[in-house]
Write a protein of this length. Structure first.
Ligand SMILES: Cc1cc2nc3c(=O)[nH]c(=O)nc-3n(C[C@H](O)[C@H](O)[C@H](O)COP(=O)(O)OP(=O)(O)OC[C@H]3O[C@@H](n4cnc5c(N)ncnc54)[C@H](O)[C@@H]3O)c2cc1C
Ligand SMILES: Cc1cc2nc3c(=O)[nH]c(=O)nc-3n(C[C@H](O)[C@H](O)[C@H](O)COP(=O)(O)OP(=O)(O)OC[C@H]3O[C@@H](n4cnc5c(N)ncnc54)[C@H](O)[C@@H]3O)c2cc1C
Ligand code: SF4
Ligand code: SF4
Ligand code: FES
Lengths: 286, 473
């Protein structure tokens, strides 16, 4: 069992938790993830390692409540326990040259997983320009944390409630067009459509662009092939070969299709969860 | 005594094994309950009487862990079940598993002299009987030996790891067993289905027995990621046994394999067995199945996938295999069960392409007919495609069950380990690898094989590790 030591509500549907997992904390590197199971009959879900603390032996995860498991996770409090927590999984991200200039694009759910990468770039002495965006201001998370590790921070919201009224790609475009400043690398993490747009946008400029993929996973150790994605025409297992890949090589269409495989089942699970009585009376009340 | 001499004489003449009652095939495809019920005490005693108690018992040669078969069978016949199970457990730590899943027809039973005229003694069923007898009664833990003060780490909780762990604990060593998944058992947990090997009733109790011998079990630890082999040594483990199995799924490499609705057998079975997708939505992990399912391959893994698909509600399930029925690698009993349950066998048929509907879901699989040609390097007739024989199967789900390769994680993250050609770890006949103090056994050494061979390897390595530990001061 793995103890939740702290919990913070970052936005209505975004939560941060620090989990006691000393063995994972000792090894965690930016770009890697963990897999957890809330309860005995729960699903194994992957979440990026947002931060780690070797001394305290803790791992920080930040998640957005999108379905059954993340909603249920969100109801737990500090002092509660998770059934399972395994990692660190996946390949650590490679850092480009120390003097480089990097643009980090984080959209919605992607802000959390991009933060540890930006932090690593920053700590390695790179110049990081971050662009974060969300549907609306309320969903923007980690603004202060991102600002602390970025040279510049740009904010966008789809509805104009904060920062630029529009998409992250608008800001990115102005940077791509600014020939006076060389971009060594772009890293984009967010919903699949956003990563796809960024990949298409940067391709003609020939700028190295990385994305951190989030296919459906089961084991996370290369044993099932559930997480397979086509990269450069070859099948890769995201959990062991990734999750970070060259954006220009990824077959986003296939990935998008595969991540929708269980839409119906996800709905069933969520509806069941939301209609279950949790008053403790064992469904006797209603 | 149940039997008198006259009865024994009669039974020794009986050519057939006593049949084992099982769930009716029409009923059983609607549930995940175990198919065969096992022998009653009375039937077991009678079956035991069929054994001739050979002085030079050939059957033992066919058992990779050298169970003293005539001795335990004699005890069954004499109704000394408690002594019988003790005898069995001298050599076999997991009898309830082996009695169910050992390919007896090609191992112990294939050597039995009674098989020359008629059927061999039902060694596996008798083994299962004793093991179930003991499980029902409550398993006795043998007395703890004096501690040696030596520490051994076991990586992987499949049959190889469990056996090595149990044996080393019984020798007095301190044993810690590391498992990547949240549950123990390896293939016994995530691969072999509930209806062949019940998880709570049988597997978990066998694992509890291993734990009761003093083995500390630590799940959710991926060796190579969470801790490396080098770090295990640094933490004071003096020897390490690697039993990480062959869990890397192979694909065909044909177009359409990443379409929605194509599963590796590993994913298909892991979702169902480990994650209990058949209990969705009471368990959270889903599985998605069309009405018609094709399973590519004809080994145990393919049979398990096909029979699982039926139980998950598929209306039509096809095995698609490129060779003929003679070459099918699955156990005879599994093929028999699959046929009874209505699985359709399409032999000498090879998939060449999986076809998508407009939404990217599988809607068919194009295959080509094969004929058998000259033998290949494996000695089996090489299947050759027949020009112009292409046809399309209408299926909505495809499960690829053409084999698994060794798990690459440990080989990739451990220095000084010599590897075999197909990603296996090289180990000598005692399980010693090229690195001092590191032993390996089971599928990670042999490539995908059998439960009992993995257990045999765990056993041999445990002995070698014990001798090695004695050389350390
Ligand atoms: C390597 C990796 C790292 C990840 N890191 C984070 C993270 O740091 N924070 C975070 O909030 N999420 C992260 N995710 C996504 C997270 O795993 C999913 O949101 C989660 O599995 C959803 O489970 P659920 O039961 O709550 O929702 P479900 O009911 O299973 O799904 C609800 C909806 O969420 C979307 N979804 C489902 N699975 C995924 C998925 N794997 N990725 C993205 N969207 C999905 C789909 O649109 C789906 O319809 C990561 C995924 C991967 C593979
Ligand atoms: C579906 C199926 C049906 C089968 N049916 C039969 C049958 O009827 N009869 C028969 O005799 N054989 C059968 N087999 C084959 C048999 O199950 C295997 O040969 C046997 O389980 C191998 O045992 P093992 O201990 O070497 O490895 P496994 O059983 O594969 O166990 C390896 C364990 O190591 C863990 N692991 C892997 N990497 C790491 C790591 N880095 N760190 C920590 N843990 C790790 C895995 O999670 C797993 O739990 C079947 C196989 C399958 C897949
Ligand atoms: S362990 Fe397997 S091979 Fe050995 S006697 Fe038992 S059933 Fe036969
Ligand atoms: S060979 Fe057959 S008959 Fe002889 S001892 Fe073994 S099981 Fe009994
Ligand atoms: S999640 Fe199973 S192979 Fe990647």
């Amino acid at each position: 069992m793995f103890k939740i030591v702290t919990k913070k509500v970052l936005a209505e549907v975004s939560k941060l938790m620090e989990i006691e997992a000393p063995l994972v904390a000792r090894k965690a590197k930016p770009g890697q993830f963990i897999i957890l199971r809330v309860r005995e009959n729960g699903e194994r879900i992957p979440l990026t390692i947002a931060d780690s603390n070797k001394e305290k032996g803790t791992i920080t995860i930040i998640f957005q409540e999108v379905g059954k498991t993340t909603k249920e996770l969100g109801t737990l409090e500090a002092g509660d326990y998770l059934n399972d927590f395994v990692g660190p999984l996946g390949k650590p991200m490679e850092l480009p040259s120390a003097s480089g200039r990097v643009i980090a694009v984080g959209g919605g759910v992607g802000i959390a997983p991009i933060y540890p990468k930006v932090k690593a770039f920053y700590e390695a002495g790179m110049e990081v320009i971050s662009i974060i965006g969300a549907r609306t201001a309320e969903l923007l998370i980690l603004e202060d944390e991102m600002r602390a590790v970025s040279k510049e921070l740009h904010i966008c919201t789809d509805d104009g409630t904060k920062g630029h009224h529009g998409f992250v790609s608008d800001i990115l475009q102005t940077m791509l067009d600014d020939k006076s400043k060389k971009i060594d690398e772009i890293i984009a993490v967010g919903p699949l459509p956003m990563m796809r747009v960024v990949a298409n946008q940067t391709r003609p400029y020939g700028v190295k662009t990385l994305v951190s993929l989030n296919p459906i996973m089961v084991d996370g150790t290369g044993m099932c092939g559930c997480c397979r994605v086509t990269v450069g025409g070859e099948t890769k297992f995201s959990c062991v070969d990734g999750p970070v890949f060259d954006a220009h090589q990824v077959d986003f269409e296939e990935l998008t299709r595969r991540s929708r495989m269980y839409l119906n089942e996800e709905k069933v699970a969520l509806e069941k969860y939301e209609h279950e009585c949790r008053c403790g009376g064992g469904n006797q009340c209603c | 005594m149940l039997l008198d001499n006259e009865q024994i004489k009669q039974l020794r003449k009986q050519k057939e094994k006593h049949p084992m009652p099982e769930q009716d095939h029409k009923e059983r495809i609607k549930n995940f309950n175990e198919v065969p019920f096992g022998y009653s005490a009375e039937t077991a005693v009678k079956e035991a009487a069929r054994c001739l108690q050979c002085k030079e018992a050939k059957c033992v040669e066919g058992c990779p862990v050298e169970v003293d078969i005539p001795a335990f069978i004699k005890l069954v016949m004499e109704e000394k079940f408690d002594e019988g199970i003790k005898k069995l457990k001298e050599k076999n730590n997991l009898p309830a598993v082996c009695g169910r899943v050992c390919p007896q027809e090609s191992q112990c039973e294939s050597f039995c002299v009674r098989g020359k005229k008629g059927q061999p003694v039902a060694i596996g069923r008798l083994e299962r009987f004793l093991a179930d007898y003991e499980l029902a009664k409550g398993v006795e833990t043998p007395p703890k030996p004096a501690p040696t003060g030596k520490r051994v780490a076991i990586v992987g909780s499949g049959p190889a790891g469990l056996t090595a762990a149990g044996d080393l604990a019984r020798m007095g060593h301190e044993v810690v067993l590391f498992e990547a998944f949240h549950a123990t058992g390896g293939v016994l947990r995530y691969g072999i289905p509930e209806f062949r090997l019940p998880k709570e009733k049988v597997l978990q109790r066998e694992v509890n027995y291993i734990a009761s011998l003093g083995v500390e079990i630590r799940t959710n630890v991926v060796i190579g990621k969470t801790i490396t082999v080098d770090e295990l040594f640094a933490e004071g483990f003096q020897a390490i046994f690697i039993g990480t199995g062959a869990g890397l799924p192979q694909f065909l490499g044909i177009p359409g394999e990443n379409l929605n609705g194509v599963y590796s057998a590993n994913e298909f079975l892991t979702r169902t067995n480990l994650m209990k997708a058949y209990l969705f939505p009471n368990w959270d992990t889903p599985i998605k199945l069309g009405k018609k399912v094709a399973v590519v391959g004809a080994g145990n893994v393919a049979m398990d996938s096909a029979r699982t698909a039926l139980r998950l509600g598929a209306e039509e399930v096809h095995i698609v295999y490129r060779r003929s029925d003679k070459e099918m690698p699955a156990r005879a009993e599994e093929i028999e069960h699959a046929k009874e349950e209505g699985v359709v066998f399409n032999l000498l048929t090879n998939p060449i392409r999986i076809i998508a509907d407009e939404n990217g879901w599988v809607k068919g699989m194009e295959c080509i007919k094969m004929e058998l040609g000259e033998p290949d390097e494996s000695g089996r007739a090489r299947p050759v495609p027949m020009k112009g024989s292409e046809f399309v199967f209408d299926v909505e789900t495809v499960v690829i069950a053409i084999g698994n390769s060794p798990n690459p994680l440990i080989p990739q993250t451990t220095s000084g380990l010599e590897l075999g050609r197909k990603g296996t770890i090289k180990a000598d006949e005692k399980g010693a690898t090229s690195r001092k103090g590191v032993y390996a056994g089971g599928d990670i050494v042999t490539g995908a094989a059998t439960v009992i061979l993995a257990m045999g390897a765990g056993k041999v390595a445990a002995r070698a590790i014990d001798s090695y530990l004695k050389t350390l001061v």
